[in-house]
Design a protein around this ligand. Structure first.
Ligand SMILES: Cc1ncc(COP(=O)(O)O)c(C=O)c1O
Length: 466
């Protein structure tokens, strides 16, 4: 017997790998100048109540809404996941049609199960090297012309830092009397500088969810859901947010979000020195040809509107996989990245980064770039239709009988759970979809490369029993 979690964290603490991953506080005490033990409170004199805020939490949420330009903002203590579930629950009744971008996070599927809404999937564009881009306007028009749609859900930015043209999408959505829910979980920092893409709320989105813990100096799980524009029933939003938040919310988490909002909106220098740092880092990395930093040239292609400069998405155009590069970065340089995929890696930088950590990363990539030969990366062929209906709704799948079968036997059957490479947590096969041979081929590629895939453990997949 041992204290398993504690022991592992102690071990990691000793190794002290530099974090190019979430949470965004990067263990930098400058942004969290408090002892968590002393801040771990409950609802008592003066600490207010997250479910009925009238005091400090109401003030914090009001200040947050002012900063973000929202009508209302709600602090969440269970991550962007809970925000996305609440957003779907607030906007959709059972049986409503919802247009869901194919690169939505698993939390959207949970929201669909709980609300009983019917998804219509719309595929994002895919880059030559297999990354998800934006959503085509032609496909959005086609979906709205074909179906009566209550809400549309998009992911912007993507895990790789690509945004959609939210202003145009919001216009189309609003013309059809529908609402736009934007998963901006990876873009909480957008509001702090023009160097980053414009925030979804400023572009006309009706509900936006931001995981503050991902890209700002906040504790894991600290997130914010915001509403703007009067198209959404705010009573439903409030109820849904209350449903997904615990009645024992963590004060350290709430305080970290509130404190980050306060110091970052007051001291602009914090962001300006960080922005210079990432500009310099990006400039140095432009010389790398094998480990190729995704840069501004991607804008305007594949319906990508803008690129988040804080995110270092690097294509691995050589014989090793992103997973192998991630391992080298850890073993040789003591750098831990956020995501290691088949042909790319993602490193997250934030305002709380130590400049030495970012410089070390740049040096490591520059060194590794010289060691490998450039190779053409073949796009994984996926035959996704641009707009399609699932064979079963997530809710019907959830309540159906399931059966575990081998990967080969699963082809042609309905997925009973989503098959999800993690990170990023975006389903390869969403629950309710027919599993195709292409899905299985990609799944095998990912597993062979050492990527972890939830829903495909022990070489089996859950299908809906026929
Ligand atoms: C696109 C996207 N949306 C939502 C989430 C969930 O956010 P959280 O981890 O804050 O619950 C994630 C998590 O990685 C994500 O990548």
């Amino acid at each position: 017997m041992a204290a398993y979690i504690f022991d592992k964290l102690r071990e990691l603490e000793e190794k002290n790998a530099y974090p190019l991953h979430m949470p965004g506080h990067k263990r930098n005490l400058r942004f969290m100048p408090y002892d968590f033990r002393n801040f771990d409170y409950t609802e008592t004199d003066g600490t207010d109540n997250l479910h009925m805020p009238e005091g400090i939490i109401a003030d914090a949420q009001k200040a947050m809404a002012e900063l973000l330009g929202a009508d209302q903002s709600y602090i969440l203590v269970n991550g962007g996941t809970s925000g996305m579930v609440a957003a779907v629950m607030a906007c959709c009744d059972p049986g409503d049609n919802v247009l869901v971008a194919g690169n939505c996070h698993k939390s959207v599927y949970s929201g669909l199960v709980m609300s009983g809404a019917n998804p219509i999937y719309i595929s994002p564009q895919i880059t030559e090297e297999g990354l998800c881009g934006g959503i085509s306007m032609r496909d959005i028009f086609r979906a709205f012309d074909s179906y009566d749609i209550k809400a549309m859900i998009i992911t912007s930015p993507t895990y790789e830092g690509f945004t959609c043209d939210i202003r145009t999408i919001a216009d189309i959505v609003h013309k059809h009397d529908s609402v736009l829910i934007t998963d901006e979980c990876h873009g909480a920092h957008f509001t702090f500088s023009d160097v980053f893409p414009a925030s979804a709320l400023s572009q006309g989105a009706d509900i936006v969810v931001n995981s503050w813990h991902k890209t700002l100096p906040c504790l894991n799980q600290g997130a914010v859901l915001s509403v703007k524009g009067g198209r959404v029933d705010t009573t439903r939003v409030k109820e849904a947010v209350s449903m997904v938040n615990t009645t024992s919310p963590s004060y350290p988490i709430m305080a970290s979000v509130d404190y980050a909002r306060d110091i970052l909106s007051k001291d602009k220098n914090l962001f300006s020195s960080y922005i210079q740092l990432i500009r310099d880092a990006r400039h140095e990395l432009t010389h790398c040809k094998v480990l190729k930093l995704v840069n501004d040239s991607i804008k305007g292609q594949h319906d990508i509107a803008d690129l988040d400069k804080s995110r270092f998405t690097i294509m691995v155009r050589t014989d090793i996989t992103g997973v192998e590069l991630g391992k080298i970065l850890l073993d040789k340089y003591n750098l831990r990245i956020e995501l290691a995929g088949l042909h790319h890696i993602v490193a997250i930088t934030t305002v709380a980064d130590d400049p030495r950590g970012i410089k070390k990363f740049v040096k490591a990539i520059t060194e590794m770039d010289k060691k490998f030969q450039r190779k053409y990366i073949e796009k994984i062929p996926m035959t996704a239709q641009s707009v399609c209906l699932p064979s079963m709704t997530p809710r019907d799948v959830y309540f159906s009988k399931k059966q575990y079968v081998s990967y080969d036997e699963a082809v042609g059957k309905i997925a009973a759970v989503s098959v999800i490479p993690y990170p990023p947590g975006i389903p390869l096969v969403p629950m309710g979809q027919i599993i195709t041979q292409e899905h299985i081929d990609e799944l095998r590629l990912l597993k062979t490369a050492g990527c972890s895939v939830i829903g495909a453990e022990n070489s089996s997949i859950a299908i809906v029993q026929e």
